[in-house]
Write a protein that binds this ligand. Structure first.
Ligand SMILES: [Zn+2]
Length: 165
């Protein structure tokens, strides 16, 4: 008999980890199912053949990664800080563009808008990694990519990105 590492929670459409050891700091222990990080994965095609999870009928399911309460709070702080900084950077670029609108060629303005988008979204993802790294733990993304079950799903044609219809 294969040992169950996870249990499918049909009601919440998520897969809950049995393990309690925190995957992000490798020290702490998950105290509550709600402190765990649930990463959504999206079905891209129908290759799912992971033995235990043949019963998974969804287009999207959340996979739980054990996380301790300290890492939960550090992730939250990293998210907030990253959001504020990337938002300010994006707004500063847009303000610069608007302020100089009449002096710039249209191509420059469009380029600056793309740069603002890049600073906003790219900066948000990047800074979360930086702040998690500074706190000495794995970021949400790194933790998800290091999870064996998440990897199984990705190898079976699932994706961490929401498919664009
Ligand atoms: Zn932890």
């Amino acid at each position: 008999m294969e040992q169950q590492t996870h249990l499918v929670n049909q009601q919440l459409k998520r897969i809950e980890p049995v393990a309690k050891k925190c995957s992000f700091c490798l020290n702490g222990t998950s105290q509550s199912m709600n402190d765990n990080y649930f990463v959504p994965v999206f079905k891209e095609n129908d290759r799912t053949n992971i033995v235990v999870y043949r019963s998974v009928k969804y287009q999207k399911i959340d996979i739980g990664i054990p996380r301790c309460i300290e890492c939960k709070s550090l992730h939250q702080k990293a998210k907030t800080k990253a959001l504020v900084i990337s938002l300010i950077a994006a707004l500063a670029i847009v303000a610069f563009m608007v302020y100089n609108f009449l002096d710039f060629h249209a191509v420059v303005s469009v380029g600056l808008l793309f740069l603002a988008g890049f600073a906003g979204f790219g900066g948000y993802a990047y800074l979360q990694n930086v702040f998690a790294g500074k706190a000495g733990i794995y970021s949400l993304k790194a933790g998800a990519e290091g999870d064996a079950l998440v990897m199984d799903f990705l190898n079976q044609g699932w994706s961490l990105k929401q498919p664009t219809a």
